[in-house]
Write a protein that binds this ligand. Structure first.
Ligand SMILES: C[S@@+](CC[C@H](N)C(=O)[O-])C[C@H]1O[C@@H](n2cnc3c(N)ncnc32)[C@H](O)[C@@H]1O
Length: 349
């Protein structure tokens, strides 16, 4: 499928491949109707410049819409596009930018997406910001919720919420243990009949569209690997639990998951562990090279340094096994696609 690509992946695994490049170019080369899920978090339209660069806020919505139009074309009819967007303030005043809502309306009104559901990612570990309005002048509450728009190509995207059930509340657990003692069947004001149906153990509770996920996870070997190499980790990673939720709910084993703003490749790493095929595209070779650390563990510093440098030097690295103890490393100096790559990664598509 990516035989039309003009380059090899930076690295590939049993299930997927990480490419360095502009996703607008590479995505265009994939066949239409081939992707089950695009899970991504773009560079945000924040007013303070982030290390990874930002487009001007006024142009941001149009800029992102070009990617979205391509995503629409490449998604399968039952495919989904999940977009995590952080909030932002207008420059110099304590009022909010509407850019994330403009994106939502534009993608549905002009590109043809449906809003399957609006999700909100609540990050309890987020530090107060912006400092001026929250900490100094104390005029605004801290902003700790990102909007996560779940777009679908048709009104009927593939989805199974039973794949992401959450733990029952203590009250519900008690009800399941002794339903007769706990509830007198009655109608709630909402009209829900609290009868025996509610005491059936379904293995967990239906999750809500407010996802509480602290962004303070350990990131496995990624951060310690960055430290060992003397480099900084990606400054805007999302927690693995965010892509994990949507990959589990919206795809099945063997489906293709794509991240068009790959960063540290959280999405690809999670997809690999869940036995999905994956493809990640990231513009910055430094982020691409560091992201390979996600697939390693800490025992072989020299091997890891070599892999990292090979990727920086545009040598394709093949990681056959997730377990670093058994990692087999193949490096090949190449800017063009190599025949071995085709054989090895053909299964991705
Ligand atoms: C918010 S970060 C993504 C972080 C990622 N979700 C993670 O967990 O590591 C956005 C990334 O998009 C990359 N980017 C920006 N423009 C791009 C483009 N045209 N094609 C591919 N990647 C791009 C930036 O370099 C940045 O690393």
């Amino acid at each position: 499928m990516y035989s039309d690509f003009d380059r090899s992946p930076a690295y590939s695994t049993a299930k997927g491949a990480m490419f360095c490049g502009d996703s607008i170019e590479l995505l265009a080369k994939l066949p239409d109707n081939s992707i089950s899920l695009v899970m991504t978090s773009p560079p945000f339209a924040l007013l303070r410049k982030k290390e990874y660069g930002n487009e001007d806020q006024h142009e941001y919505v149009d800029w992102l819409a070009k990617f979205a139009a391509l995503v629409f074309q490449k998604l399968k009819p039952d495919g989904s596009f999940v977009l995590d967007l952080g909030g932002a303030y207008q420059k110099g005043v304590p009022t909010r930018s509407l850019y994330n809502f403009r994106i939502l309306l534009k993608f549905c009104d002009e590109i043809g997406f449906y809003l399957a559901e609006d999700f909100y990612w609540y990050n309890p570990s987020k530090l107060p910001s912006p400092i001026e309005w929250v900490n100094k002048r104390k005029m605004r509450a801290k902003d700790s919720v990102n909007t996560v728009w779940w777009f679908s190509k048709t009104e009927w995207p593939k989805s199974d919420v039973t794949k992401v059930l959450t733990e029952y509340s203590p009250r519900m657990k008690k009800l399941l243990e002794a339903p007769d003692e706990f509830y007198t069947p009655a109608k709630r004001p909402s009209g829900h009949d609290i009868s025996t149906g509610f005491s059936k153990d379904n293995g967990g509770a239906i999750p809500s569209n407010l996802l509480q996920i602290p962004n303070s996870e350990s990131n496995g070997f990624y951060l310690s690997g960055c430290k060992m190499l003397g480099i900084k980790g990606h400054p805007a990673r999302f927690p693995a639990k965010l892509p994990e939720f949507f990959i589990k709910m919206l795809t099945e084993q063997g489906d293709l998951v794509v991240d068009i703003f790959g960063g540290s490749n959280t999405t690809g790493f999670v997809a690999e562990g869940l036995d999905r095929k994956w493809l990640s595209i990231e513009l910055d070779i430094n982020y691409v090279a560091a992201s390979v650390l996600r697939f390693m563990s800490c025992n072989h510093d020299d091997d890891i340094k070599k892999i990292y440098e090979d990727i920086l030097n545009k040598k394709h690295v093949s990681i056959d096994k997730l377990d670093s103890q058994k990692i087999t490393i193949n490096t090949k100096k190449t800017r063009k696609k190599s025949p071995s790559l085709n054989n090895q990664t053909a299964s991705i598509f």
